[in-house]
Design a protein around this ligand. Sequence first.
Ligand code: HEC
Length: 266
Amino acid sequence: MSSTSDNPLVRFAAFWWGLGVFSLFGVILLAIKLFTGNDDSVNPLEEAVAAKRYDARAAVDAAQAANLGYKEVEKGKVVQVPPTDVFGLLGKELVAAKPAAVEKPEQIVPGSDRQLAAADAPPSDFGAVDEMTPAADAEIDPAVIEAGKAQYMAATCFVCHGMNGEGGPLAPPLAASDWVTGPVSNLIRIQFRGLMGPITVSGKEYNLPAPMAPLSQQTDEQVASVLTYIRNSFGNKASAVLPEQVKMLRSEVGKPMLTADDLIKP
Ligand code: HEC
């Protein structure tokens, strides 16, 4: 007994019919897609996320564009703050953000109770510190110079004062500076309190765009070595600075920023 489905001719025809119907299906789907304009390449969720990202980006760009020095953005208004107020303002922000958690003895937050108490403390005895300065021709441990060189990089002195102490748009030179080879107490105090305002270095007056911030997070040894390094590099030659001298002026930390008038003239 033979059935029609076994007929090779019928099988052949069924195959082509099947293929035809299948293709038609594809053509219909394509037509639907073309006519409904259904474009699934835009995902509404992704679009929302991207919009947020663009908003954040625009806010960052605006803040950066406005950030010449430091500006307070208040109720959508940009207020220019003089560079000398920058540290006070930053300090206030730090105080507002739980100063107890961030304040360490060697890092006094500007505007905190500790800083205000330090600012009122009696002046340190600079004379006693300068009297301890070793003789100019006393030998200096090369290891101290090496440590000072590393500290000159680590404390970012080179960024402002240049790799060779040549100075630049941000800071006066340390090479051939009468301050650098002058009284040691000046140098230690500059590290602990920072320095602002016009300054004459070896006869030339400088008006820098921003002050030198205090670098009081350094240890006594680090301050002593970096100062010993700058006093014996870039063509300078002067005595070493001792960690004991630095230690004696720790009470300077937290006092207001210095101006050249607060220093002993070199
Ligand atoms: C952010 C930039 C900056 C950094 C970092 C910096 N300084 Fe200064 N420094 C200055 C400015 C600005 C002055 C001048 C301040 C003023 O009177 O306006 C100055 C002044 C000095 C002076 C006295 C003036 C002179 O040229 O001799 C010494 C010494 C000094 N810096 C040493 C250092 C040392 C050491 C370091 C690193 C531990 C350092 N500075 C890091 C900007 C900087």
